[in-house]
Design a protein around this ligand. Structure first.
Ligand SMILES: Cc1cc2nc3c(=O)[nH]c(=O)nc-3n(C[C@H](O)[C@H](O)[C@H](O)COP(=O)(O)OP(=O)(O)OC[C@H]3O[C@@H](n4cnc5c(N)ncnc54)[C@H](O)[C@@H]3O)c2cc1C
Length: 334
């Protein structure tokens, strides 16, 4: 019996990235023995094999074209059937729209607990229980929650809070794939009218580059220079809580403990001090660069490259260099 399982996700014929982040978390918990539950339309063997190559011992794929777009009733049906069949001790899911919707329903249906939005997971040595840690009381304390009686123990984990498991990591004899034809699915009360990909601003969570603005920008009227820099860099715009609390940018831009967690290849912080609650949302970034007039600013402790000076002089200059294609600093910041 495999004790630790993850709920993987798929989209458009591909296993979604969050699945590999969950796999990395689970492999740490169970030293190599991890099962993957995937509910959706049939995927190519090579696609499922990616999960096994990244360390899954067994991939159980509940398949039907009816499961292509997420609707709670048929997905829940497969989830409950899976729990009955495989008796998992622990199930980890992403704190994504999918995991955040399916897992609370599952907890109710299975009469078990769920800890949402965990930042840390561990196994208690004496009891083998899952220690589920997450910010509580507005982020002022870190609470560790256990589920000693009911099973499975279930938690969701923030996307981008873990380095994903890569092919060749923790491979267990290649792993097995079991395809289960999901038939007799219940009707859903929800009908899909159509599907349109979101074509708005760059998605902050998935952006490879982010420019993050802090209170150093002084007022909302100064923000256009940040958007110009972001555009020249091909980056999404994030913000510290100070900027969001003042109403200069919307909450969807906030990065940190009480905002989004991001792991871009390149993070550029402008007038951000680097408070611990902010670092909690960006410290997995690949390369970190900061602009701040205070050489003692905390952000410089995590930065690979920093510019000490006035952002009102530095930002227009960086934008100018980028537009002229001469931004050697972008490569220097390794
Ligand atoms: C429970 C809780 C949850 C929180 N969650 C979050 C969260 O999710 N995200 C978050 O960001 N914060 C969060 N915070 C707030 C956090 O503690 C900090 O207050 C916040 O991150 C600071 O934002 P800041 O860096 O923009 O502002 P400040 O700390 O005020 O820093 C502004 C920086 O700008 C620099 N500066 C000023 N003028 C210039 C200039 N002309 N040129 C260059 N640099 C300049 C200054 O030197 C300073 O370092 C949380 C706090 C709590 C208690």
């Amino acid at each position: 019996m495999i004790r630790v399982w993850i709920l993987a996700e798929q989209f458009d014929g591909r296993v979604a990235d969050i699945s590999f982040e969950l796999l990395a978390r689970a492999l740490k918990l169970n030293h190599g023995e991890v099962g993957v539950l995937l509910i959706g339309p049939p995927l190519a063997e090579s696609e499922l094999r990616r999960l096994n190559n990244a360390g899954a011992t067994l991939t159980a794929a509940y398949e039907s074209v009816t499961l292509t777009h997420f609707r709670i009733e048929p997905h829940m049906h497969c989830f409950v059937e899976f729990v009955g069949e495989y008796q998992p001790e622990i199930i980890l899911a992403g704190a994504t729209p999918y995991g955040r919707t399916l897992m609370p329903y599952a907890a109710m249906r299975l009469h078990t607990g769920l800890t949402a939005d965990c930042t840390e997971l561990a196994i208690e040595p004496d009891t083998g229980l899952l220690l589920q840690t997450r910010p509580a009381i507005g982020g002022n304390i870190m609470a560790t929650i256990k589920c000693p009686v009911h099973r499975p123990q279930m938690a969701t984990v923030r996307p981008h809070s873990t380095v994903p498991a890569r092919p060749g990591e923790g491979v267990v004899d290649g792993g097995r794939i079991v395809r289960i034809a999901a038939d007799r699915l219940p009707e859903s009360g929800m009908k899909i009218a159509g599907f349109e990909p979101f074509a708005g601003q760059l998605n902050l969570s998935d952006a490879k580059r982010v420019v993050v603005v802090g209170r150093g920008i002084k007022k909302a009227e100064n923000l256009p220079m940040i958007f110009e820099l972001a555009e020249a860099l091909g980056a999404a715009v994030g913000a510290s809580r100070e900027v969001v609390d003042r109403g200069w940018l919307g909450y969807q831009h906030q990065i940190g403990l009480s905002g989004k967690t991001v792991s871009p290849e390149f993070y550029l912080g402008i007038g951000v001090s680097g408070a611990i609650q902010h670092l909690a949302g960006m410290q997995n970034a690949g390369r970190i660069m900061a602009v701040n007039k205070d050489p003692e600013a905390g952000i410089f402790k995590v930065a690979d490259f920093g510019l000490v000076g006035d952002l009102f002089e530095i930002v227009p200059e960086l934008t100018r260099q980028l537009r002229q294609g001469g931004a050697s600093w972008l490569n220097t910041a390794k």
